[in-house]
Design a protein around this ligand. Sequence first.
Ligand SMILES: Nc1ncnc2c1ncn2[C@@H]1O[C@H](COP(=O)(O)OP(=O)(O)O)[C@@H](O)[C@H]1O
Ligand SMILES: [Mg+2]
Length: 256
Amino acid sequence: MAHPESDVVIRVRDLVVGFGRTTVLNHLDLDVKRGEILGFVGGSGSGKSVLLRTIIGLLPKREGKIEVFGVDLENANAKELQAVERRWGILFQHGALFSSLTVRQNVQFPMREYLDLSERLLEEVAVAKLEMVGLHADVCEKYPSELSGGMTKRVALARALALDPEIVFLDEPTSGLDPISAGESDHLIKTLQRTLGLTVFMVTHDLDSLHTVCDRIAVLAEGKIIAAGPMSVMLASEHPWLKAYFRGEIARISRN
Ligand SMILES: Nc1ncnc2c1ncn2[C@@H]1O[C@H](COP(=O)(O)OP(=O)(O)O)[C@@H](O)[C@H]1O
Ligand SMILES: [Mg+2]
């Protein structure tokens, strides 16, 4: 690699994460490259969400090192940490939105936390972000319970984009969506990556997403990345898990 600092935006080394006696991530290494859409797969309960939450600092690690934009998050001071946090956006797997806040308040939430903007500007930016994900401003006053599954994910994506991030973490963005909404979501993510130059870390079980939007795929099993590469590499692999997942019937069963 000629420019490792600029090419790799997330560098995870020797990461160990566990709960009590359970070890979920066991000396895991992973690189996410600038501008790519990385599809992150693995069986249910294998630790995909745990990895995502550990990278963003919501779960503690036992060992290892996590660097984002070349910053070692463990040794960063509060100011450095906040500067990094402002450069990423997150769409969580569950409870994507705050149910007691309107769509507008949800999208504005990260901006109120990190930026000092006037009410007028907050308003304009919220509408712009909603338009970016294909929603009209008239959804602003709705509450999450009034939205369809597809709209909820879009609003959550708008909120993830609120701070103009360079990296977005998406935890199963198409789960629970019908195939048409899932396809629209894939298209949207690809368009955003192209137009905004985003780096996307996407946990997904959706084989269509993996085929159509991901530049590279990383596979988590037994606490480690057992394979990483483009879909062609996954399809050519003789590894039993990869064969079953990408070419076999288990693919359908393991979706959730
Ligand atoms: N906060 C937590 N406390 C204890 N165990 C947890 C916690 N979060 C996740 N786990 C456990 O870690 C394992 C991996 O979970 P998770 O990362 O959510 O799986 P998935 O790959 O389906 O996203 C599971 O066994 C889960 O029960
Ligand atoms: Mg998960």
